[in-house]
Design a protein around this ligand. Structure first.
Ligand SMILES: Nc1ncnc2c1ncn2[C@@H]1O[C@H](COP(=O)(O)OP(=O)(O)O)[C@@H](O)[C@H]1O
Ligand SMILES: [Mg+2]
Length: 406
């Protein structure tokens, strides 16, 4: 890419590493279908000035590229004249107040007249208070129609109404200034509390009831538990558009490696690409990690070709980083969960049956539901249908077996 530094003047230092393990990539490989899903919505908002709902939810284990996808889509949206608000949920921070602030920041980028700005700020303060005070005890499924029977519902309705107003007014303000509309990105949605999730779903659902004048869309991402958490928060949440992210295809994985190098005039031999793919499958984080370790082992300059010796020389560095990540996953598991992990690793690589895990643990297969569910929540394992589970990070099973045999 044109903004990257070129090869060093002496050649000894080589060109700067263009890979980005753990950061948003310079070149987003693949994901055309998924970007297309967001583009469809942006198109509807831009063309009709109306809400493009329901919630769009990308879900996948860590490292598969959810945040990278949302960021790439955000760049596209801004180029199309959208204002974008960005929020990453966390169990520690109040969701609705954070959302209000990110919408406020999005409006800063839109050139509101000073008096509009002042009146928006006043409204914001009011809404933040409302949301901050009442946002603590919303429960169950509350729709616009169920508003007025009993104190609880009235209290519960307030943050929904406040959020509805906030999103609707912000979206209209963007449009009034000649923008296309507002797009709200919510990352790590699985970390939102059930109350906050319910408020968000209800607000978007209510806005959908009068979508004509609401130039808005909401795009989210979270761990594989997210769809379940959404449906638990509000049954109508099942109408959200759920899109799983899978590993990259071999062609996209090759592009992830070759694309950023080609921008610096550096090529990969096809053997070297094959070797990296053999180690990483299509896992984007691992590909970035091995791309980076290969690059730094060679420090190539324009015209060089990375080969299998460079990949091999970089492997120890990458493995060291991986071991640290495996150890971090192990450390967040409780004793019972660790027993489950050990049993699952002992049962083999790939998709493992519940029965095999229970057998290894020496218990009845009904007894393992709790650690299984918690490990899914933590993003360490994921269900793959028919009672099968697998580790979300390739190589973790081998690390656990090695650790266990020491
Ligand atoms: N499509 C992609 N093309 C290139 N790199 C990617 C892609 N998807 C993810 N990555 C890389 O993989 C790593 C993890 O991506 P991230 O978006 O943080 O995943 P998630 O949010 O699902 O945990 C990052 O280093 C990022 O650069
Ligand atoms: Mg992420």
């Amino acid at each position: 890419m044109s903004s990257l530094p070129g090869p060093g003047p002496t050649g000894a230092a080589g060109a700067a590493d263009p890979y980005s393990p753990g950061q948003v990539p310079r070149v987003l490989a693949g994901r055309e279908v998924e970007l297309g899903r967001v583009r469809d919505r942006l198109g509807r908002v831009a063309s009709f000035g109306e809400l493009a709902g329901p919630l769009l939810v990308f879900h996948a284990p860590r490292g598969l590229g959810k945040t990278s996808l949302l960021r790439a889509s955000e760049r596209e949206a801004e180029a199309l004249g959208f204002a974008s608000a960005w929020l990453a949920c966390s169990r520690e921070r109040p969701f609705l107040a954070e959302l209000a602030h990110s919408v406020d920041r999005a409006l800063e980028a839109v050139d509101l007249a000073p008096e509009q700005r002042r009146s928006w700020r006043d409204r914001m303060r009011g809404l933040s208070l409302e949301v901050g005070v009442l946002g603590v005890s919303v429960g169950g499924e509350v729709t616009g129609d169920a508003a007025d029977d009993g104190d609880h519902d009235v209290a519960a309705q307030a943050p929904i109404g406040a959020l509805q107003d906030l999103l609707g007014e912000a979206a209209r303000a963007v449009r009034a200034r000649g923008g296309a509309g507002l797009v709200v990105y919510i990352d790590e949605l699985h970390a939102a509390s059930a109350d906050d999730m319910s408020t968000l779903l209800n607000a978007v659902q209510n806005l959908d009831g009068a979508r004509a004048d609401t130039p808005l869309t909401v795009v989210t991402a979270g761990l594989p538990v997210t769809p379940e958490a959404i449906v638990r928060a509000a049954t109508f949440g099942e109408r959200s558009a759920f899109v799983p992210l899978d590993v990259l295809s071999p062609a996209d994985a090759r592009h992830l490696l070759a694309g950023p190098a080609a921008d610096l005039g550096v090529a990969w031999s096809s053997d070297a690409l094959d070797l990296v793919l053999e180690h990483c499958g299509g896992h984007p984080y691992l590909l970035q990690l091995l791309g980076s370790s290969t690059w730094t082992s060679r420090r190539p300059v324009g015209g060089d070709v990375l080969d299998i010796d460079d990949v091999s020389a970089g492997l120890p560095g990458a493995e060291q980083q991986l071991r640290a990540m495996y150890a971090a996953r192990w450390a967040v598991a409780t004793g019972l969960e660790q027993s489950f992990i050990v049993a699952m690793a002992a049962a083999g690589t790939g998709n493992i049956t519940r029965a095999a895990i229970a057998r290894e643990m020496g218990v009845d297969s009904r007894a393992i539901s709790v650690p299984r569910d918690r490990l899914i929540d933590k993003g360490i394992i994921e269900p793959v249908g028919h009672g099968l589970v697998r580790f979300t990070m390739p190589g973790f099973d081998r690390w656990v077996r090695d650790r266990d045999s020491q």
